[in-house]
Design a protein around this ligand. Structure first.
Ligand SMILES: Cc1cc2nc3c(=O)[nH]c(=O)nc-3n(C[C@H](O)[C@H](O)[C@H](O)COP(=O)(O)OP(=O)(O)OC[C@H]3O[C@@H](n4cnc5c(N)ncnc54)[C@H](O)[C@@H]3O)c2cc1C
Length: 264
């Protein structure tokens, strides 16, 4: 149970406190995960990230820099947020949770359901650490950096205007998510990312390389995922729906592109 709630006023102070309390302390962003059953923390010291000034979104040199404590609702409300990322934030059905939960928390919580990660992966987001190092989101999720020790200060979207589309499949808005997926186009090259039907959110790099569309893409995605049979659906259903969703997202992006070319 949390017994001490520390409120550092700078990133340096937060790091100093973490090295002082080490494993006894945890960084707390919105606290939606750390305060909720069954993921409630057993640490005694919480180091709040609320006063670190990491709640801004900035455009710099054509890139979008999003602070780690930007809330999911702030992402929805900011006109600079790419439409697919805004849509993904809206997949979290409760405005109360969106007000509380942060982008940094969404990436660091290592949760089974992480509906924003496919968009961030498809847009090739980079994670910025307090020590100034920058890592591809995918390597961060691979566990190259340990989130309980490293303070994430923000995310960079190198090409915020990259066309990207996302979709979530669930029985209901508040129900368990079967999967969420995102497809982005970097010129002619596809970026495909998925969660829910794989152990953690990933890019489907082998499928991307094949440059497929329609039914061949559906089949390749169905084979590439590794779903489990559970209350959300059977393995066969999950493989099928993963393929259909990804192929549909690509079709939508290509149709939008065709429409824009016609209008020019
Ligand atoms: C009622 C409820 C409903 C939810 N529904 C959904 C849903 O439908 N879909 C979905 O995907 N998620 C859902 N969530 C999960 C929630 O969106 C995520 O848990 C949230 O994004 C975590 O953000 P946070 O800022 O609250 O993290 P916190 O709880 O503060 O932290 C989570 C973890 O990340 C670490 N951390 C946070 N920020 C940083 C940082 N900057 N640097 C290093 N480590 C950090 C913390 O130390 C902790 O280990 C739900 C949660 C609740 C409570």
């Amino acid at each position: 149970m949390i017994e001490q709630f520390l409120k550092p006023a700078s990133v340096d102070e937060a790091i100093r406190l973490k090295s002082q309390y080490k494993d006894e302390a945890v960084f707390m962003a919105g606290g939606s995960k750390l305060n909720a059953t069954p993921t409630r923390t057993d640490k005694k010291v919480a180091i709040s990230l609320a006063g670190l000034g990491l709640n801004e979104i900035k455009e710099q040199g054509g890139q979008l820099h999003i602070g780690a404590t930007v809330s999911l609702q702030q992402l929805i409300d900011d006109p600079r947020t790419p439409p697919a990322l805004r849509e993904a934030a809206g997949f979290i059905y409760s405005r109360n949770v969106r007000n509380q939960a942060t982008l940094g928390g969404e990436m660091c919580a290592r949760q089974e359901e992480a509906v924003l990660l496919p968009v961030l992966l498809a847009m090739e987001a980079r994670v910025v650490f307090a020590d100034g190092q920058v890592s591809e989101l995918e390597s961060f999720l691979d566990g190259v950096r340990n989130s309980s020790a490293s303070l994430v200060i923000g995310v960079i979207l190198p090409e915020p205007d990259r066309p990207c589309a996302t979709r979530k499949i669930a029985r209901s808005a508040a129900g368990l998510t079967v999967l969420s997926a995102a497809v982005a186009l970097n010129g002619e090259v596809q970026r495909i990312a998925i969660e829910g039907v794989v152990p953690r959110a990933v890019r489907l790099r082998e499928v991307e390389k094949k440059g497929l569309a329609e039914v061949p893409l559906e089949l390749a995605v169905s084979e590439a995922v590794a779903p489990r049979d559970d209350v959300r659906g059977s393995v066969a259903y999950k493989r099928y729906i993963a393929g259909v969703v990804v192929a549909d997202l690509l079709a939508d992006l290509l149709a939008d592109r065709q429409q824009m070319t016609k209008e020019k």
